[in-house]
Write a protein that binds this ligand. Structure first.
Ligand code: ZN
Length: 232
């Protein structure tokens, strides 16, 4: 698979998620997940701190990349299966080589399925958290760095603000350089998705723009991405 077509596949996925962010049935259902006291606190809270705290500590579970077999206490092997319906992206099958016990982790692209299972990694977390914040009438989109992480941006005081529900507050709110400074991220493209548009937001997240441009090489792909996204 060439590089552009692997981007295109994720574009279809993020476009589908962004369209669900405009679906009032989805927004009404996810809003009902939030306890009243959290909603009340969040209403006049510019940092979304109560909501971030509740989501990370009381609502969602993290799915590790590698599971331990509960019986044998040994790491399990992971196999990837293709999604077999519109509701699935792909399925992870975790298997113990000793006792053959298996655990299946289906990765959904329907927000309401993620809301039922309440488990995942950064993609499930940011897909669902973005829907919840949109349901509170704060415009929110999903951002992917194409280096194995994704998060959200919310429009607060007319500015797109970095929000990462997988991290602890205050790092989870408006700490855009955190990944580059602490995880050594070497970005090429960080992209933000809405139902009708894709935006190159890499400059929000880097203090090493010259290095990013070097990595991109002579031909910047952003215009090409936009065309692919419209067609996706
Ligand atoms: Zn086992």
């Amino acid at each position: 698979m060439n590089q552009i077509s692997s981007y295109a596949e994720t574009f279809r996925f993020y476009k589908g998620i962004s369209e669900q962010y405009n679906d009032q049935v989805v927004l009404d259902s996810v809003k009902q997940l939030v306890p009243d006291e959290v909603l009340k606190l969040t209403a006049d809270e510019q940092s979304l701190e109560p909501l971030l705290h509740w989501f990370k500590n009381n609502f969602m579970k993290w799915m590790p990349k590698e599971l331990q077999c509960a019986r044998c206490n040994r790491p399990m092997r992971v196999q990837l299966g293709d999604g077999n319906s519109a509701a699935f992206r792909k399925t992870e099958i975790h298997m113990c080589d000793v006792c053959s016990s298996t655990q299946i982790f289906p990765r959904y692209d329907k927000i309401l399925r993620i809301a039922e299972t309440r488990i995942g990694r950064c993609s499930e977390w940011s897909i669902l958290f973005g829907a919840i914040v949109n349901s509170l009438l704060i415009q929110t989109r999903i951002v992917h760095d194409y280096l194995d992480h994704c998060w959200n941006e919310s429009l607060i005081n007319k500015k797109w603000v970095h929000i990462d529900s997988t991290l602890d507050y205050p790092i989870s709110f408006d700490h855009p350089y955190y990944y580059e400074q602490n995880w050594g991220k070497k970005y090429e493209y960080v992209l933000a998705f809405s139902a009708n548009s894709i935006e190159d937001v890499t400059t929000h997240y880097t203090q090493q723009w010259l290095m990013v441009q070097k990595r991109r090489g002579k031909k910047d792909k952003v215009e090409e991405f936009k065309e692919i996204y419209y067609r996706a």
